[in-house]
Design a protein around this ligand. Structure first.
Ligand code: SAH
Length: 274
């Protein structure tokens, strides 16, 4: 197994030299079918995990049950390595009220803030997004946003009510390869502590962490890690992910391969964890 560690500074430098566009954050796959296939897959996965997030009736949530759970309580998500806000705008804002994003690259955060006026629920102040600029290594999700390290900068758009605590969803996509195993385990352990219990009391609707990442092949039946010197990131195999989840005290409650992505890419998997 390749034990090379990702270099945080090198990783951020790579992204600082990448355009603040869909093509940029998606490695050249921004103009084909990938964004739509990816976001639809993510929405379906999330709805199937927490059916009460649906605000419209669907096969998963009949008319009578849609939006009936947790009237009054706003739902809250954390998105890490959020780039220009692609996942927040195309997945999370369709299902969640208040979102906090973590992203280290200045120009990505600025682009997201600029675009956010067109995102669902922002102009009419029904929903909110709080943009935190900084690297995940310095972020502790168990602390309030104003108690984070001083080099985190914060900007909020949309709904202006009181900030709540805890998360119904922690979404991690295509960014965890920039963290060493130790940093990743620390972050996941802390994230687990922030997951909220469902207001309906139904355990299966409690908060959830979703990891949607590239997965390389296991090696000789064991965990494998591939280091990419271009952006100083790691790609982990399925068994390598399972080792991380176990070390963080998390259980995989569901996993799914994202089908329909262009060929030639790594397999992309969604893991739902509690
Ligand atoms: N998750 C987004 C962006 C993917 S690109 C999407 O799916 O569209 C990878 C993102 O991870 C970039 O925005 C990059 O700046 C961010 N990133 C790199 N190093 C990071 C770190 N140490 N902490 C948090 N995010 C990081």
């Amino acid at each position: 197994m390749d034990l090379q560690e990702p270099d945080v500074e090198e990783g951020i430098k790579y992204w600082e030299n990448t355009p603040a566009t869909l093509d940029g954050v998606l490695g050249g796959f921004g103009s084909g079918t990938l964004p739509r296939v990816d976001s639809l897959g993510s929405r379906q996965f999330l709805q199937s995990l927490i059916p009460s997030l649906c605000t419209v009736p669907s096969v998963l949530v009949p008319l009578s049950a849609a939006s009936s759970d947790a009237p009054g309580r706003r739902t809250r998500a954390l998105e890490i390595g959020a780039g220009i806000g692609r996942v927040t705008s195309s997945v999370l804002l369709h299902l969640i009220d208040d979102i906090v994003t973590i992203e280290p690259v200045h120009k990505f955060v600025e682009k997201a803030i600029e675009d956010s006026i067109r995102w669902k629920g922002i102009k009419d102040k029904k929903k909110s997004v709080t943009f935190m600029r900084g690297a995940l290594q310095g972020f502790d999700p168990t602390k309030r946003l104003d108690d984070q390290e001083i080099d985190f900068h914060c900007h909020r758009v949309g709904y202006e009510g009181e900030d709540e605590e805890g998360f119904d969803v922690v979404w991690c996509q295509w960014a965890l390869g920039h963290l060493s195993n130790a940093d990743l385990v620390r972050f996941l352990k802390q994230s687990k502590k922030t997951l909220r219990a469902s207001q309906s009391g139904k355990q299966r609707e409690n908060g959830v962490i979703v990891v949607k990442e590239n997965v390389c092949s296991d090696e000789k039946g064991g965990p494998a890690i591939v280091f990419d010197p271009e952006d100083s990131s790691l790609t982990r195999s399925n068994k390598a992910w399972y080792e991380i989840f176990k070390a963080a005290g998390l259980t995989v409650i569901r996993e799914e391969v994202q089908h329909g992505l262009p060929s030639g890419l790594y397999e992309v998997k969604m893991y739902a964890l509690r």
